[in-house]
Design a protein around this ligand. Structure first.
Ligand code: 3UK
Length: 560
């Protein structure tokens, strides 16, 4: 049984409906009302105590008459809301067959596609916890994620088996692997796995505060941390940013270049459109400028979501407006790192559609500070999204005077409950209902927020975290390298890329060939996007008395 909301204001006494899904039929009967009032400027909807997010984002469309409506476009396939409903139930039943229970984790190593949506909500519907993870990682990373999450089942896209394969064999708690594509050996093939199971499934009786899903976030040192999100979090993001800032309706069609495994993509291209019965274009390839223009031209989305690096590379294409039709777009969104004012202006001049820059985090789930349609202040992150409060505080947690730089703290109902198994990190990050994001900000006289950098050394490169420590440790593993320090440096577009300062064991080895060799070394050992864009050979690195590298001095160019 599940609670159903109404999109329009209802009299409190008016009955709403409980949906009972049985193998044979869907029955409707009156129940206690749950009202989601969608009025601009209103705080987020109140969510009933018993609440299952899969029932809300998937089953509700059956009762609201959208079974035959398109929900997803993927390659040449169109998937309706009715088909999503059925595939979610089939995955849920198939997971039950494998012995998956409430609160068990299910790791998703999946490319964007209908199977992602079915697996995510299928696990959630039975109260299990889907954990989508970055598909650009290496075997050692997957091994950590499998062991840290103690996932019993992993659902993996076939092309990703190449990297994830060894980790799946070694993982301590993993019992089953399901492959989307061709499966070998003991692995189950997704298509046959779900084809044998019933088409109906009752949603687990979860509360709005039950764990719903996890998302991993990287730090400057150590392993990634899982942000634990609750059943109500996706509703809060949809009803704040989705409805109030984007004004998304069922007439929209979304396309996100950021993949579904990122918190950013998950909202953009899955639960925002599924909140209102809109359509999403899923693209599983690499989001190069050319590919993204082609997808927009072919599928004609109304809302496009990218990262600054992508907007900058799309602007590099001289004849884009002659080759591609972008007239379907009513709004573009940028997040992940700050959008330079110049990129914004050039985009608006050429393509005539605004880019709304907004900041979100994995821990808060989606965007909480944003520019607004028709009110963009280029270079700024805008103002708090309705439903969120933001303050800037000093090191002691006291608010700083307007105009001064400090630490950003945010309050809102979509913030994670805690980091899984990371008590110290949780306590450093959460302050009652407030969360410290790790970003330095100031607020101008109009109340707009301006990003000033991170309080740790982490870099955002193309919207994805890069830890300088990880790149340094990789460089040090090269036989010619004695020491290395990595910092962010702006490229010609004012976007940050990793720069490495390297001390060689033998300074005479310094050459352009070695620069290229070291870049390749990092590309192959960790991940291509972590490669340093520039490498300077230096005689020594600036250090503190205790031997810690002073990256801030390198950022200021203080290398001798
Ligand atoms: C940085 C920004 C300046 C900032 C995200 C939209 O990026 C997202 O989540 P992550 O956990 O990273 C969070 C950190 O990234 N950042 C993000 N957006 C901006 N800095 N201007 C911006 N517009 O350091 C922040 O702390 O990967 C983005 C929606 C959901 C998200 N999770």
């Amino acid at each position: 049984m599940l609670w159903l909301p109404s999109d329009t204001a209802t009299e409190p006494s008016q009955p709403l409906w409980i949906l009972t899904v049985s193998a044979a039929a869907i029955f409707l009967r009156p129940c206690r009302p749950f009202t989601t009032v969608v009025v601009m400027g209103e705080p987020p909807a109140s969510i009933p105590d018993r609440f299952n997010a899969a029932a809300f984002f998937v089953d509700r469309h059956m009762v609201e008459g959208r079974a035959g409506r398109p929900a997803l476009y993927h390659e040449d396939r169109v998937v309706t809301y009715g088909e999503i409903f059925e595939s979610v139930n089939r995955v849920g039943n198939a997971l039950l067959d494998l012995g998956v229970q409430m609160e068990d984790r299910v790791l998703l190593i999946l490319l964007d596609g209908p199977e992602f949506v079915a697996s995510f909500f299928g696990a959630m519907k039975l109260g299990a916890v889907p954990v989508p993870v970055n598909t650009l990682m290496r075997a050692a990373d997957y091994r950590f994620l499998l062991d840290d999450s103690r996932a019993k089942v992993a659902i993996v896209s076939e092309p990703l088996l190449l990297e994830a394969g060894p980790a799946l064999v070694q993982a301590k708690h993993l019992k089953h692997v399901v492959v989307v594509g061709e499966a070998k050996g003991p692995h189950l093939r997704f298509e046959s796995w779900v084809s044998r199971t019933p088409r109906s499934l009752e949603a687990a009786d979860t509360s709005k505060d039950d764990v719903a899903f996890w998302l991993y976030s990287s730090g400057s040192t150590g392993f990634p941390k899982a942000a634990v999100h609750l059943q109500h979090d996706m509703v809060v993001c949809s009803d704040t940013y989705g409805l109030h800032v984007l004004g998304i309706t069922e007439r929209d069609r979304t396309f996100s270049a950021a993949k579904l495994f990122f918190a950013y993509g998950l909202g953009n291209n899955m639960y925002f459109p599924m909140r209102v019965g809109a359509e999403a274009v899923l693209y599983s390839g690499r989001p190069t400028a050319e590919a993204v223009f082609q997808v927009v031209d072919r599928y004609r989305p109304t809302l496009f979501f990218g990262v600054p690096t992508l907007y900058a590379s799309m602007l590099q294409m001289q004849d884009a407006e002659d080759r591609f039709d972008l007239s379907s777009l009513r709004l573009c969104v940028s997040a992940g790192e700050a959008l330079p004012a110049d990129v914004y202006r050039r985009w608006v001049n050429r393509f005539g559609v605004e880019i709304l820059d907004g900041i979100g985090t994995t821990e808060i789930l989606h965007i909480f500070l944003s520019n607004r349609p028709g009110h963009v202040k280029p270079g700024s992150s805008g103002t708090p999204v309705p439903g969120y409060e933001a303050i800037i505080v000093d090191e002691g947690g006291r608010p700083v005077p307007r105009g001064e730089i400090g630490n950003l703290r945010v309050k809102g109902d979509s913030t994670m409950a805690y980091y899984w198994n990371r008590d110290e990190k949780t306590k450093e990050t959460l302050f009652g209902p407030w969360i410290q994001t790790g970003d330095k900000y100031y607020q101008d006289e109009d109340g707009d927020f301006w990003y000033c950098g991170r309080s740790d050394d982490m870099l955002k490169v193309g919207g994805i975290w890069v830890s300088p420590v990880e790149v340094e440790n990789t460089l040090i593993a090269h036989e010619a390298v004695l020491e290395a320090a990595v910092v962010g440096q702006q490229d010609g577009e004012k976007l940050v890329k990793p720069k490495a300062y390297v001390v060689l064991k033998d300074p005479k080895d310094a050459s352009q060939e070695l620069v290229e060799e070291l870049k390749e070394f990092v590309r192959n050992r960790i991940a291509p996007y972590k490669k340093p864009w520039w490498i300077d050979f230096v005689p020594s690195l600036p250090k503190t008395a205790t031997g810690k590298i002073q990256r801030y001095r390198l950022r200021q160019g203080g290398v001798r």
